[in-house]
Unconditional design. Structure first.
Length: 483
């Protein structure tokens, strides 16, 4: 069966190439530097690429939201200063010398209109935040689902390949234990890759879910509490119950600080989304010149150090470079090109060629082992023994198993799943994903600005109404009673 071995060599060579499969953690990125201040390096520029495993990338990207964090700190500090000032303003002499006292004494309606206007703006901004928060969460979940689906799809594909390899190993074990052993090693390596992928999905899937849900819930809680405080402030102002109103102003001041923090955080998320999509686009255009490493066991053609293994296998099987693909009286279709690449080219088979997997089923081949044709086969020298027939059946079916899974194996070798998943994200999901986070940031910025002006107007309104008599729901104070 030396000729059958000749057909088997390209198949074996391709299987040996699976030894260079190497799983790696995902490090999405692009080659160009980002040039952002890095707080972990005393604000020196971070010039690296997009790398989610690099703490300096995270620090520099999070620092892009510094405007929100700084304003939050300044606002909180102003609150402390304001509290100290209130203690001094209790003195009538200081209140009477206030520069805006005369303006406030004549413009009660104007102040109420301003208060009502910014209250409405804050409510509208809060509603927009809730809408954009929901939209951005769905967009982010969709991107996450696509990427996690890529990993799960690859795991199912690897399982399909290992199952086929197990069948091949079972068929080849009685006739070629060494080849069966190499299949077993390759199958175990792919099985390890599959387990690595599952561990990645289990570990990082929950982590990513928490990262998505935490800001989503934080936005809902902050905005919901803010809406309650806005309504409470309006009602207490109309009732002219100032002790309760002062407490609400204090809570609004703290909540405005949190809103500014979330505004900075949303700006960071917006930049992170831009970096992510830029990295995906870079990988789509040139996957080899990108710092995107795959979580999947992709075959790197530039690292195929197979020369020694190919030579060893060829010598073991007794095959030379000029091997024939016929079995004396049959022409076997060899769908592989010659060395060194052993490329799968099914179009190279002639019309008269017999598919290698169909060899045991060919009637002309079977006739040369049947008893009634025994004498004719002996005279022609083409007798096929039962052992040789069984070996031909095992080898041909093993090769056919390989040909059946070849497209699947090739898709793993070319990282087709990764490329298709990233291409889908770039083409259909990146733009709405980035836009939703941008609109969330704009909505939060609008809410933060509205709350700053509203809280200041509330403070001025309390100062304006202090010491005056109002009836419930009145805007203008009661006129003093003349004797």
């Amino acid at each position: 069966m030396a000729i059958s071995n000749g057909v088997l060599v390209p198949f074996v060579v391709f299987l040996v190439s699976t030894f260079v499969f190497s799983p790696a953690r995902v490090v999405f990125g692009e080659q160009s530097g980002l040039n952002r201040p890095d707080p972990l390096r005393h604000l020196k520029s971070y010039n690296g690429g997009y790398d989610v495993t690099n703490k300096h990338y995270w620090a520099s990207t999070a620092f892009t939201g510094v405007h929100g964090y700084v304003i939050a700190g300044v606002w909180l500090l102003c609150g402390l200063v304001f509290t100290i000032c209130i203690a001094f303003l209790k003195k009538p002499s200081i209140r009477s010398t206030c520069p805006i006292k005369h303006f406030l004494d004549r413009n009660f309606i104007l102040m109420f209109i301003l208060l009502l206007l910014f209250t409405i703006l804050a409510i509208v901004a809060s509603s927009l935040v809730l809408v954009e928060n929901e939209r951005s969460m769905k967009r982010t979940e969709k991107v996450k689902g696509t990427l996690m689906g890529v990993a799960q799809n690859a795991r199912r594909t690897i399982r399909k390949v290992t199952t086929a390899m197990g069948n091949m190993q079972y068929l080849l074990l009685p006739y070629d234990p060494a080849l069966a052993s190499s299949l077993n090693v390759t199958s175990r390596q792919l099985g390890k890759d599959s387990q690595d992928i599952q561990r990645f999905v289990d570990k990082n899937g929950h982590t990513i879910e928490r990262i998505i849900q935490t800001p989503y819930v934080a936005h809902i809680v902050v905005v919901a509490v803010n809406l309650v405080l806005l309504v409470a402030a309006t009602v207490l102002l109309l009732l002219h119950w100032y002790p309760g109103l002062i407490i609400v102003i204090f809570l609004c001041w703290i909540l405005t600080t949190l809103i500014w923090v979330l505004t900075g955080f949303d700006f960071f998320l917006q930049n992170f989304a831009k970096d992510t999509c830029s990295a995906f686009e870079g990988f789509e255009h040139n996957s080899h010149n990108s710092s995107l490493s795959s979580i999947l066991p992709c075959l790197d053609a530039t690292r195929r150090e197979l020369n020694s293994k190919v030579t060893q296998i060829a010598k073991t099987l007794g095959v030379n470079e000029e091997h024939d693909d016929s079995v004396g009286f049959l022409r076997i279709c060899n769908p592989f090109s010659g060395p060194p690449n052993y490329t799968y080219v099914p179009q190279s088979c002639s019309n008269s060629g017999i598919p290698v997997g169909k060899l045991p089923e060919v009637s002309h081949f079977r006739n040369h082992m049947l008893p009634k044709h025994m004498e004719n086969c002996k005279r022609s020298g083409k007798l096929v023994s039962q052992d040789n027939y069984n070996m031909a059946w095992a080898f041909s079916h093993s090769i056919q198993h390989f040909l059946d899974i070849y497209p699947t194996l090739q898709s793993l070798a070319d990282c087709t799943f990764v490329k298709d998943g990233i291409s889908d994200v770039v083409s259909h999901q990146c733009k709405p994903f980035k836009n939703s986070l941008k609109m969330l940031w704009i909505s939060m910025l609008s809410l933060a600005l509205s709350m700053v002006f509203l809280v200041l107007i509330l403070v001025i309104k309390v100062f304006q109404d202090r010491g005056r008599c109002f009836t419930k729901f009145a805007i203008i104070p009661c006129l003093p009673v003349t004797p």
